[in-house]
Write a new protein. Structure first.
Length: 404
């Protein structure tokens, strides 16, 4: 392994320790600190190991992990995440899975972890490349697969040092199952052996479509803005005030609910009455904005919304997953930043299954049309649902390629 990478890790050790302590204090979960340093590791017998960076990757993996458990009910499954929010979602949605926080990529820590777990194989969602982990897995005969592989433009805009790290790390990987041909080309650019790369499709299309009725958490008709980031709540609230929304409530479900105080301060100047779900505040006819700052309730919010505005796209975050609201037959609007979901952006536009606002004025105009034109909403939602049905066997395709 490149010596400079090892030196960089040790130089960054104080930073990792400080970040871990801060994360523990803000989330009140000391296990995060212990497990990131290879201690208090869970006990399993040769599990199949899935790794998901955070909430988004866990959501993507859920249908595949459930299918794997259904096919191999006697097999232990380990799921690791880098974040506490990812862990909370895992425990809520995958009760049959054992969770552990991924240890930091130091050789001595990773050795301790692998010695305790002894996994049969490692399956990594999307793009998580850890040089020491990959090398030690290879030495111990632990097969590595990257699934739903995707690469952002930033991942490819790297210097020669980083590219050498990527190339060496990817040489230890057995399979790279990509979302798209563009992602496959990206992995080749990073130095992966083209014979290990295959385009399997977007696992996010495996969003469950046998939707059961959920409780409507909101006692008014509402529009949902989902997965927002810093600065986005303020912008979208200001745009909302320019629309003809009459008695409609605006519900904001932020990507990181712990930001609720910051969000409230940001939107106060442009909002009227604000109520907060985590504070159990009741919605009245006078309520303008409802902050849904809780985990695990997004599907219910999708199901009962009039239409959905997807966050991460009105600020430079590259967008978020539009497939889950599509499964609920919802009309979807997103902003100009969809770099991380370029393939979905193109596909949904081709099938008239979602719409994009290129600027603030367009956003106001398109929100107004979605509010007033029920036939338009229904058409967009129906097209979105049909598109999901077209690709819904994707989890089975991935399972067939990782089960051996």
């Amino acid at each position: 392994m490149i010596i400079s990478y090892q030196l960089l890790l040790y130089l960054l050790l104080p930073v990792f320790i400080g970040f871990s302590i801060k994360h523990v204090l803000s989330n009140k979960n000391s296990l995060f600190l212990w497990q990131r340093f290879g201690l208090k590791t869970t006990t399993l017998i040769n599990p199949t190991w899935f790794h998901c960076a955070s909430v988004g990757e866990v959501m993507t993996a859920i249908p595949l992990i459930k299918l794997y458990h259904q096919k191999f009910p006697d097999k232990d499954i380990l799921l690791t995440t880098n974040t506490i929010t990812g862990a909370n979602l895992c425990r809520k949605q995958l009760s049959f899975v054992t969770h552990n926080f991924l240890p930091l990529d130091y050789r001595f820590i990773t050795r301790l972890f692998l010695k305790k777990i002894k996994p049969e194989k490692l399956i990594i969602l999307e793009t998580e490349i850890w040089p020491n982990l990959f090398q030690l897995c290879k030495k111990q005969g632990i097969g590595i697969s990257i699934i739903n592989g995707r690469l952002s433009e930033r991942s490819l805009d790297i210097n020669s040092w980083s590219k050498r790290i990527y190339k060496q790390s990817l040489s230890y990987v057995d399979k790279i199952l990509c979302r798209s041909f563009a992602d496959a080309e990206g992995y080749q650019f990073l130095g992966a052996n083209k014979n290990k790369i295959e385009v399997t499709g977007n696992l996010k299309f495996a969003t469950p479509l046998d939707i059961k009725d959920t409780e409507n958490l909101i006692n008014r008709e509402y529009v949902l803005i989902a997965s927002t980031h810093a600065g986005e709540e303020k912008l979208l609230t200001e745009l909302w005030q320019q629309t003809k929304h009459d008695e409609l409530l605006l519900v904001i479900a932020p990507r990181h609910p712990e930001r609720k105080d910051e969000i409230i301060n940001d939107i106060k100047p442009s909002a009227g009455e604000i109520k907060v779900r985590s504070k159990d505040q009741a919605i009245s006819t006078a309520t303008d904005i409802y902050l849904a700052d809780t985990l695990g309730e997004l599907p219910a919010l999708f199901q009962h919304a009039k239409f959905v505005i997807m966050g991460g796209s009105f600020v430079k975050k590259g967008g978020h997953n539009i497939l889950e609201p599509a499964a609920f037959s919802k009309a979807i609007l997103y902003g100009p930043s969809m770099e991380n979901f370029a393939a979905e952006d193109i596909l949904f536009k081709e099938h008239k299954a979602a719409i994009q606002a290129d600027n603030n004025q367009q956003a106001v105009e398109k929100i107004n049309r979605l509010i007033s034109d029920s036939d338009y909403r229904t058409s967009l939602g129906s097209n979105a649902r049909n598109l999901m049905l077209k690709y819904n066997d994707i989890a089975e395709s991935y399972l067939n390629k990782i089960k051996d």
